[in-house]
Design a protein around this ligand. Structure first.
Ligand code: ADP
Ligand code: MG
Ligand code: MG
Length: 883
């Protein structure tokens, strides 16, 4: 097997395509070499050696040593030196490099091959003793720290003490003799800490460093990072061994890092820093203040130090030529590392640069304009989820943070306001235009109006799919959930963490991006949707076939959805319209009535509200499709529990509080999510469906008259498990349509369809499609019922399942494609068999998740519906699925 790949002198055995085998760094060093760029020669030991190393009890393949020797000789030949030679030694760096750049891996070791003999040779050939001993002491420090495990601070303390005694401030004041003295001390430290001398043999040094790179693959830090980023352990890391070039050879030498475009704004301007007479990480380590590369940047920063453009004009021009070539070649913004040795430029690394979302948009759009990439490529360049950052206000990255506690980043954006502990107070504050943050142990549907009124929501219990999290995301409100270190005392109206206590009215800021809870008001940046955003979304819209609708019921949500480009409403949850002071009393009256007459009386009170709500919704969505779901949630969510509520309802109904309490107890359910809910309500109490259908149809006619646009409502029946069940409800809806047509003397154009959210409905979809004109997959409930996993309770143990790999991810966040996905596929096939033109869509959290959207695109759905703030994300994800 070939374990080693060489590069240098305008050619290489590898290419950029061989990233899996050579790691990112190795593949790009090979590619730059092939491009004829000046790359110090060297070789890459493949990731397969790493895999072998761990499979074979931490040993190397038998033929590796010979291959490394051969590559070392070839590298030495190109550099006119010989590894381990005492007259003309080849010095190398040893650099780790996984497929994906990975913190936690071994740090680079520079100047390897130096020892008491070769340091003299280096001094002679460079004609510079100071430089040679500086390099040697750097090597001893780095190697001891990274490979031998002797902490760097031992060395730093010695150096600092030495400089103090000499009255020096900067390393540059150290003379050759000073460095030589330090080296003696450094070697003594190693002897003291390890009980053995610093290795003098170059080969021993090299194999020690190679072993340390492979060893670092399995450090707890690296393992944790891979876990978090879903990087498989069997990928392995490569090791790059590369001949040294020296940026610390005096005033004509330097080292630097740069981005070919600005990584935070995306501006097409070369951007970077360098340091004269420095090596390796000096620039980022902050030993001295780095200098700007371009003169424009120096003027902008007001630095009094020369820019590279002025200090080394020729090298600078060469660097500009190279970065242009790299951008043209990779067709993306590059992050580069370089070193200048005696006015000669050497390239040490290139990779696609990390960037903010704002920069990603700008760079992608600019590169299309420059003819570098196509529109489709631009669409593929931006991570849909990252758009979230742009759509919400965020905390100024420069602002100081006084962190009180941390929870889960449950809904993005930042919010600031006075603390309130209940929804009533939130509403009162809203009326007074006072911004508040609603703090609850956990939220329930009762809190929806309070959540609406608040700027943001903080809970001390509950996970990413808790009620608070889901509803907040739906509303586009920032939310931090499960901040477990906070104790809330509702009675005293205080919250405390340790010995810190805040009271109602105190100002806090929550950061939905990080999950932090901060004391006081923190400076925020408002979202700005740039021209680049609009351009990219336009290209995405042209590429996608999936339609994007929104889940919305309030006028505000509907307008937001349209602003974000929604093409209709895929789910309007009528019950959300019931949680409001006057209406909830009527709803409770309806539920608690013990006969049809009582229910009809209460429903008659609700009819005008519903009709007005729907009319407004239809007007806002003028002409776009609107799906309205009939009443769905378990009734317990509406029941009065407090004495005050029971008193109110008892007055409204004219029955005693005792009797009411009895009725509430009767309606108690052990498992409400599998209880009396969904269309079961309409089957038992058809008058509910009738009232809702009347409100929908009358609103359609009214809105149609007002806007001059024919409204085509889609009436959706939830939680269906058989055709007959659907028919019972559909019969009432159709009859109501006839009645409204006769009364209004207008024809209605409407559809009746169903949600597919029970496994039985998916299995019998062909039958159900005989009556249903559309299916909307309610993937939240379908996940819940297919996995038999309550989404309200799963948060406490789901982490255990994903940690152990039993589930690859939270199935409520991203569709369980191999399980629940099969039911979706089956229902699509069966539904289309019965009714080839059946309209197919999905509503629920998954409609805004990019991975799920790919799946829905592939099974041939017509649309996805998601919360308004997810609409841009869904548009982009749908485009990526189609490209
Ligand atoms: P990282 O992955 O942390 O960026 P690198 O392997 O890129 O680590 O090394 C860090 C720095 O060390 C490089 O940016 C470069 O300045 C310096 N370096 C690495 N190899 C060499 C070399 N052969 N000659 C000179 N400097 C080198
Ligand atoms: Mg690097
Ligand atoms: Mg449902």
């Amino acid at each position: 097997t070939k374990w080693v790949y060489t590069f240098g002198d305008g050619k290489a055995e590898g290419t950029a395509e061989m990233r899996n085998l050579l790691g990112g760094k190795g593949a790009n060093l090979a590619e730059m070499s092939n491009l004829g760029l000046p790359v110090p020669p060297g070789f890459t030991i493949t990731t397969e050696v790493c895999t072998y190393y761990y499979k074979e009890n931490q040993s190397y393949p038998a033929d590796l040593k010979a291959q490394v020797e051969e590559a070392l000789a070839a590298t030495g030949k190109l550099a006119n030196r010989k590894f381990g030679d005492s007259e003309n030694p080849l010095l190398v760096s040893v650099r780790s490099g996984a497929r994906a750049s990975m913190p936690g891996m071994m740090d680079t070791v520079l100047n390897l091959g130096l020892n008491d003999t070769t340091v003299e040779a280096l001094a002679k050939s460079a004609n510079d003793r100071r430089f040679a001993f500086d390099s040697y002491r750097r090597f001893i420090g780095m190697y001891s720290d990274v490979v031998l495990g002797v902490d760097l601070h031992h060395f730093e303390e010695e150096l600092d003490g030495f400089k103090d005694r000499k009255g020096y401030e900067l390393d540059t004041e150290m003379t050759a003799d000073d460095w030589q003295a330090i080296i003696t001390t450094y070697k003594a430290i190693v002897q003291r800490e390890l009980g053995r001398p610093f290795p003098q043999d170059a080969h021993e040094q090299l194999w020690g460093a190679i072993g340390a790179v492979f060893g670092s693959w399995m450090t707890p830090r690296a393992i944790k990072y891979r876990e978090l980023n879903e990087i498989p352990a069997d990928w392995g890391t490569a090791v790059n061994v590369q001949s040294m070039v020296f940026g610390n050879m005096g005033e004509t030498s330097a080292t630097g890092v740069a981005f070919t475009r600005n990584p935070s704004t995306g501006e097409n301007a070369f951007y970077g820093e360098f340091l004269i007479n420095a090596q390796g990480e000096d620039v980022v380590a902050g030993i001295r203040t780095p200098q700007d590369i371009t003169e424009a940047a120096r003027i902008a920063s007001g630095s009094d130090k020369l820019s590279m453009e002025k200090a080394m004009p020729e090298v600078y021009n060469e660097l500009v030529r190279i970065y242009n070539k790299l951008e043209q070649h990779y067709r993306d913004m590059q992050d580069i590392e370089f070193t200048v040795e005696n006015n000669k430029l050497w390239m040490l690394q290139t990779r696609n640069g990390k960037r903010t979302t704002k920069a990603a948009l700008r760079i992608a759009v600019d590169m299309v304009k420059e003819g570098l990439i196509t529109k489709e490529e631009a669409v593929l360049r931006v991570d849909p989820l990252s758009l979230d950052q742009l759509l919400h206000p965020m905390i100024d990255p420069k602002a100081e943070r006084n962190v009180l506690a941390s929870g889960l980043p449950a809904s993005p954006g930042a919010a600031c306001g006075a603390i309130v502990f209940n929804s009533e107070d939130a509403e009162i504050a809203k009326k007074e235009s006072k911004p508040v943050v609603l703090v609850r142990i956990e939220t329930s549907p009762d809190d929806i109006h309070g959540m609406h009124a608040a700027e943001g929501i903080l809970t001390t219990r509950g996970g990413m799919t808790s009620h608070a999290a889901v509803v907040a995301r739906g509303m586009g409100k920032p939310c931090v959930s499960g901040a477990g270190s906070i104790r809330v005392d509702y009675k005293a109206e205080t919250l405390s963490v340790g010995d810190k206590t805040l009271s109602k009215g105190d100002i806090i800021t929550i950061d939905g991006a990080t999950g932090q809870v901060l004391i006081g008001q923190i400076k925020m940046l408002e979202p700005e949707l740039s021209g680049e955003f609009a351009a990219l979304m336009e290209w995405a819209d042209a590429a996608r076939t999936l339609k994007i609708r929104a889940n919305a019921e309030t006028p505000l949500d509907a307008r937001t959805a349209r602003n974000f480009g929604a093409e209709g409403i895929g789910l309007s949850r009528t019950e959300h319209m019931f949680f409001n002071e006057e209406r909830i009393v009527a709803v409770r009256e309806m539920i608690l009535a013990d006969d049809e007459e009582g229910r009809r009386k209460a429903l008659a009170k609700l009819l005008p509200y519903q009709r007005a709500d729907f009319t407004e919704l239809f007007e806002i969505m003028s002409g776009l499709p609107v799906t309205i779901r009939l009443l769905d949630p378990p009734l317990h969510e509406f029941l009065p529990h407090t004495d005050k509520d029971i008193e109110e309802v008892s007055k409204a109904m004219g029955v005693s509080e005792d009797k009411l309490r009895r009725r509430v107890n009767e309606l108690h359910e052990f498992n409400p999510m599998l209880g009396f809910r969904g269309c079961r309500l309409a089957v038992a109490y058809p008058e509910i469906a009738e009232m809702q259908a009347r409100a929908i149809f009358e609103a359609a006619i009214e809105a149609g008259r007002k806007t001059g646009q024919k409204v085509k409502p889609e009436v959706m029946v939830p939680l269906v498990l058989s055709k007959m069940e659907l028919d019972l409800v559909k019969g009432r809806i159709d009859a109501m349509a006839k009645a409204v047509e006769e009364e209004s003397k207008e024809k209605l154009d409407y559809q009746v369809g169903t949600m597919i959210e029970l496994p039985r409905a998916a299995l019998l979809a062909d039958e159900i499609a005989q009556s249903a004109e559309f299916f909307s997959f309610g993937t939240n409930d379908l996940t819940q019922t297919t996995l038999g996993l309550s989404r309200d309770d799963a948060a406490t143990f789901l982490g255990n399942y994903t940690d152990k790999g039993i589930l690859s991810h939270d199935p409520f966040v991203s569709l369980d494609q191999i399980g629940v996905g099969q039911l979706v596929k089956l229902a699509v096939e069966l539904g289309q068999k019965t009714r080839p033109d059946i309209k197919l869509g999905v509503c629920g959290e998954h409609g805004g998740d990019p991975a799920s959207i790919h799946f829905f695109h592939n099974v041939g759905l017509a649309y996805v519906s998601c919360s308004p703030y997810r609409v841009p994300i869904a548009r982009l994800a749908a485009a990526q699925a189609a490209i």
